[in-house]
Each structure stands twice: as structure tokens, then as C-alpha cells.
Design a protein. Sequence first.
Length: 257
Amino acid sequence: MQILTLTSDFGTQDPFVGMVKGICLQVDPTTMVVDMTHDVSPFGVSQSAYLVGQSYRSFPNGTLHVILVNLFYSRSPRFLLTRHHDHWFLTPDNGVLSLIFQPSPDTIYSVGSYPLGFRDMLAVLQHILSQFSSSGDPEAWAARASESAERLWLHPVVQADWIRGNVMHVDRFENVVVNVHQTLFEKVGAGRNFRFHYRPHDVITRISAHYGEVGEGDPLLMFNSAGYLEIAVRTGKAASLLNLKLDDSVLIDFSTT
């Protein structure tokens, strides 16, 4: 291994983070371990998919991205390993791969289950990293997964006149990111006016270029640096003020009224 990134929902100060880093360095002391983020909301699968999906391309080819979010999602949890665009991804089989990539990568490997709990998970993780470090090609030491979990309900639902999306991230300013990209918005909207419903009776009807285009305390809708729709409140906290949280549903209506 040369570069390994870590993403988790344990929090930066949790001992778990140090334990995982120690395991990585035990396997290969030359590995550069990079903290992608440990501030993912508890069980925030869609949030971790967004953060990793927008960041991984900035790393060199061959980087291994390890996502340790919602680890104990079933009675017999397991890790999956896949390769995409010359990057490797090690994740629980909790649907996160289906949110980072659509469609999912053609080849996914089942690389170890950990039904006995936390210590079992750490031992399996160390074994996987050891195998990966000594032989990067999983064909030599892992079995292909015949299927993997999907979370298709967290992808936008698209019809001719509307898009239904979900909140996938809330940042430290409590700006709310929705899983609708500008490309999809413009394709479906085709230049039409729209009504963005973030609550049944709360509507935004225009895209702003920046926060200063609305008054103090007013909500706005814009495309963020990653190209996704973002709900914000000028000099305020959108998530708290608008009562929005991860996985909440929103509707973009392009139909004429």
C-alpha cells in the first residue's frame, strides 16, 4: 500500500480511529494514512458516499479508500472490495457502493465477514489489508461477490415533470446538500420554471449564484462546488431553521401550473 484514506462515523477523537491507523501501519509502516473524514453522522451511509465520491479523484491512482460507516448493518456483516477508475474501495456491504457508483462496478469481491463483533471486525480488517498489501490483485485471495446491497431508494426518482431527491449531507455550516446534480436538473428542467419543495408548503423558485443574493435569514437554493443542489440560509443554519435532516425527501416540480 502507498496511500490509504479513512472515512468513518466514529468521530475524530474516538479510540477506534487510532486503532485502525495502528493496524494500517502494522501491515505496512510505509503507508501514508490520510483522514478523509471521521465526522460522518452516525450510520450516515449516503453522507459518506457523497463525501468519498466527491473527493477520491483528487488522490493518486492506486489509492485504497476505506469506508468504515454503519459497520454492523446486519447479523453477518462483511467487507467488500472493488476497483473503479484505478482507485480501490474497501467498504461494508451496506449499500454505500451503490450510492458512490451508478451503476455499481462490474467486479466486487467479498473479502471477509465479521459476525462476532468489534474485535472480529478489526482482525478481519487487518487480514484484508495484509492480503491487499502483499498481493494487490484480489483474484489471488478473494472470492467475487455474486451480489451486493443496494440503496436505490436514495437515488433521485425522475419523471418528465419532476425529480424527487433526498438530503445526503449536512455540512458544518448546516447547509443541506441534495442528491440532485446540476446535469440532471438541467436535463429534466430543459429551461422551465420550477418549484422546489423542501417541505409541503415551503417552496423556493429560483437558483441563486451565491449567498448574498437573498436577504439576511432567507433560504436559498444554489449549486455547490461539486455541482449538487444545496439549500442554505444566509448567515443562518438551514438544517436547524428549516428542520431538515439526512435522507429527508425533497421535490422539484417543473410542471406548469
